[in-house]
Design a protein around this ligand. Structure first.
Ligand SMILES: [Mn+2]
Length: 338
């Protein structure tokens, strides 16, 4: 059977999966590509990130030794859509086009991973998810606050993308922030809907958490008041892991603590969707995009393991979790009305 039009076969798809594991009619995970770059202010090339991640993913080992399974099989497959062609569309037109590209695929039970260029592209994917999950909480892994009202006069700049998310009324939990301006600090201090875990508090051994990940990960999970949409700007990681970035900033998250955070979010509030941005490939140097492809696959595996665990939980636990979730959702709505 031929792969339907608009979907990529084993020569091009995420992980180089054969049929039937790359078919959209059976896959539980969809990988979407929206390569967009318009406002990058330092190192260019983030629109080459999504194809570079797809290409590198073909070398990722399919078995996950921690989960003792092949997560793509556990999900019923991972289907990769043909990339969105943005043409000359920029700013709001690009964000709207990305939302329209992602929206038809958002469905409870499925996991969408949107690969984009500069972080602005994430806004379209976030908005598409928020239509289906109005109670979602955005968790942003990032070196930068991205909370400027506008940057260089543009409200759709990569430096303003999370200000738009907050303006949309969505609660925001930021992790790994270490490059920020006074205007953004004022917004963080005055807004009830933003919780920020600065890198200096969580990663620095002399910081508030003494560099120990278990306590701060617990607090990040506690700060999430609804199912999590994870927006992953790759510069949240330490640039020793991914140096191929538009704006590399030292002192970021480490590999295992990032995985532990993803696992805790998947098992706690649950991860309902995610995007990955800001990889600007360095020609001839595949390690950064390979690491990101591997991280995406590891997170996909942990989301499945967590959902399976929740399905197996005794009914009384599930009822308690639902009640807790509804209570949180109500307090979320109340907060947003303020
Ligand atoms: Mn960002």
């Amino acid at each position: 059977m031929a792969i339907p039009a608009g979907w990529l076969g084993p020569e091009e798809n995420f992980l180089a999966l054969d049929e039937p594991w790359c078919r959209p009619d059976q896959a539980g995970v969809y990988v979407l590509s929206a390569p967009y770059e318009h406002t990058s202010s330092y190192i260019m090339g983030s629109d080459h990130g999504p194809p570079a991640i797809l290409e590198a993913s073909r070398q990722v080992e399919l078995y996950d030794e921690v989960l003792d399974c092949e997560p793509y099989r556990a999900w019923g497959g991972i289907a990769t859509a043909s990339p969105l062609e943005l043409g000359s569309r920029v700013d709001k037109a690009a964000v709207d086009a990305i939302e329209a590209y992602v929206a038809p695929h958002v469905k409870p039970g499925r996991l969408l991973v949107t690969l984009t260029g500069e972080h602005t592209g994430a806004l379209g994917a976030i908005r598409a998810h928020a239509k289906v999950w109005p109670e979602l909480c955005v968790v942003q892994i990032d070196a930068h606050g991205d909370l400027r009202q506008a940057y260089q006069g543009n409200p759709y700049s990569h430096a303003s993308v999370m200000a738009r998310v907050v303006q949309d009324g969505l609660p925001l939990v930021q992790v790994g922030i270490r490059s920020i301006c006074p205007e953004e600090m004022d917004l963080i201090r005055s807004s009830k809907s933003i919780t920020t875990f600065f890198a200096s508090h969580i990663c620095d051994p002399s910081g508030r958490y003494r560099g120990r990940s278990a306590p701060w990960i617990r607090d990040v999970v506690k700060a999430c008041r609804g199912p999590v949409y994870l927006t992953f700007d790759c510069d949240g990681l330490d640039p020793s892991i991914v140096p191929a970035l538009g704006t590399p900033e030292p002192g970021g998250l480490a590999w295992y603590e990032t995985l532990a955070l993803a696992k805790a979010l998947a098992e706690g509030p649950g991860i309902i969707g995610m995007d990955v941005s800001e990889i600007a490939p360095i020609p001839g140097f595949a390690a950064p995009q390979f690491s990101i492809a591997r991280l995406i696959y590891r997170i996909i595996g942990r989301v499945h393991a967590a959902r399976q665990r929740a399905d197996r939980a005794p009914v009384s636990h599930r009822r308690a979790a639902r009640t807790e979730f509804r209570r949180n959702t109500r307090s979320n709505r109340a907060r947003r009305r303020k």
